[in-house]
Structures are given as C-alpha cells and as structure tokens.
Design a protein around this ligand. Structure first.
Ligand code: NAD
Length: 252
C-alpha cells in the first residue's frame, strides 16, 4: 500500500489510542507521520515503532506551543494531512458542571482543533492535495446524559467541519469528521471507571452500560477508526467532503 507516498501527516494526540492507530495506518500507506502530544517520552516511544515517524511536543491548548510544533513538523516538508484527534472527556451532571470544567473541555476539543487547523491552512491551500480529518464522536451527532460539555464540544467540531468543507470546496482540500461510539481506549476506560465509582456497579456492568449503546453490542476497536481515517485521506475520496461519519454499529 502506498496511497500516501510523499504525503506528510500530523496526528494530534498521536501517542495513544485512536491517534496512534491512525498514525500507524497512514504510515503503512506510505505517509511520513508526525505524532504530536503533550508527553514527549510517550510520543517518542510510539514514534520508535513507526517507520520514519517524528515525535513533536505540542499542547493544543497553548497557541505558542502549536505554532512551534507545526513549524518543527514543517521542517520535514509541507503538511498534507491533519488528523485533529487530541481530545478529553469527563462525565458530570449539568447542575454540577462549573465553568472551569466547561472551558477545559472546549479548550482542547474545540479551540485545539481551531488552532491546529489554522496552523496548516497555508500548507493545505498551496498544495494539490489536502485532508483534514477531525475525530469528533457520536456525541457530535446526538445528545447523552452527563456529557453536555463534551457534546457541545463535539457538535462544534462537526459544525466547523461542515463549514470549512464548503468554504474550501474549490480547493484540493477536504474536511471531514469521524464520529465513533465507545472505542476501547484510555478514554473509554475513564468512562468505565466513572460509572463504577458513581454507581457502585461492577466493571462488567459498567462495560455493558457502554456496549449497549452500540447495536452490535461491543466496543469499537481503534483500527476500525483508523481505517476510516485512511479512507477519507485516500486520493479517490476527494468527493467525500463535509461529512460526519458515524462509526457506531448502526445506532438509530
Ligand atoms: P486517548 O485518551 O488515548 O487519546 C487522547 C489523546 O489526546 C491523548 O494522547 C492525549 O494525551 C491527547 N491530548 C489530550 N489533551 C491534549 C492537549 N492539550 N494537547 C495535545 N494532546 C492532548 O483517547 P482516544 O479515545 O484515543 O481519544 C482520541 C479522540 O477520539 C478524542 O478526540 C476523543 O474525544 C475521540 N473519541 C473517543 C471515543 C472513545 O470511546 N474512546 C469515542 C468517540 C470519540
């Protein structure tokens, strides 16, 4: 597979979970990948396992850090693919949600996508190929209890995706969102732990609570999300633009 040969891809939050799987998949297709995230040691360890990968420290909540990180990534060539994957989540009933927690989530999940997309716009516009893939969530398509702050952030990402797709439709760039249900990662583990501690349920019961949201009755695997990212980045996917693709086993 060499569908991404000569392409340079930045994956934010690339040291773990979905981001790492996406980086591996794009690299397998021939892309040179840049893993960005806050923890350099974890990024370097991840990058060591991927041919030609570069690890660059980046906190997407810090404009200066984003600017420096993308400048470093660009030293190896213009960036063609941006996977906005860095994200955080928490569960909180709305009446217990304070402004600090609301802001913390928006700062990473929405403002981070804004900052990183701004950082690559020049590269994308001056090329004959460009892809932005935003890792949103099914929470960007519908509501759910105790996640109003997370839902709001992911709906914002889907909105930004659709708007940029239209704004850039006359360029060679596409902008799409991937919207998974629960994927087996550290983030989903956090949700399992929250359910267990808040409801005193067992781990199996907490997992069942998450998997019942998926009609297939299971947790999604990171490789499945990565495959959709790769499909959106494929040269033949140019017509797919402004989409928010649900990966949820067919939830109604
Ligand atoms: P994860 O916790 O393994 O990955 C999130 C990554 O983002 C981590 O590497 C983390 O270090 C990084 N990150 C967090 N804050 C950052 C910051 N300020 N700057 C830079 N990097 C930062 O979990 P994941 O499940 O792989 O999450 C990846 C994306 O997928 C997130 O956007 C998440 O909202 C989304 N998502 C996850 C699920 C799920 O069930 N796991 C479902 C739908 C969507």
């Amino acid at each position: 597979m060499s569908e991404f040969a000569g392409r340079r891809a930045v994956i934010t939050g690339g040291g773990s979970g979905i981001g790492l799987a996406a980086a591996k998949r794009l690299a397998a297709g021939g892309a040179s990948v840049v893993l960005m995230g806050r923890k350099l040691d974890r990024l370097e360890e991840a990058a060591n396992g991927i041919d030609g990968a570069l690890a660059v420290q980046c906190d997407v909540t810090d404009a200066g850090s984003v600017e420096a990180a993308f400048a470093k990534a660009r030293e190896g060539g213009a960036i063609n693919i941006l996977v906005n994957n860095a994200g955080i989540a928490s569960g909180r009933p709305f009446h217990k949600l304070d402004e600090a927690e609301w802001r913390r989530i928006q700062d990473v999940n929405v403002d981070g996508v804004f900052r990183c997309t701004k950082a690559v716009v020049g590269d994308l516009m001056s090329s004959d190929y460009g892809r932005v893939v935003n890792i949103a969530s099914v929470a960007g398509l519908r509501g759910g209890p105790y996640i109003s702050h997370y839902c709001a952030s992911k709906h914002a990402v889907v909105g930004m995706t659709k708007a940029l797709a239209v704004e850039w439709a006359q360029t060679k760039v596409t902008v799409n969102a991937v919207c998974p249900g629960y994927v087996e990662t550290d983030m989903a583990e956090g949700a399992i732990q929250t359910i267990m501690s808040n409801t005193k349920r067992s781990r199996d019961e907490a997992v069942a609570e998450l998997t019942k949201m998926n009609p297939q009755g299971r947790m999604i695997q990171v490789e499945e999300v990565a495959e959709t990212v790769a499909w959106l980045c494929h040269p033949n996917s140019f017509t797919v633009n402004g989409q928010a693709i649900a990966l949820d086993g067919g939830a109604p």
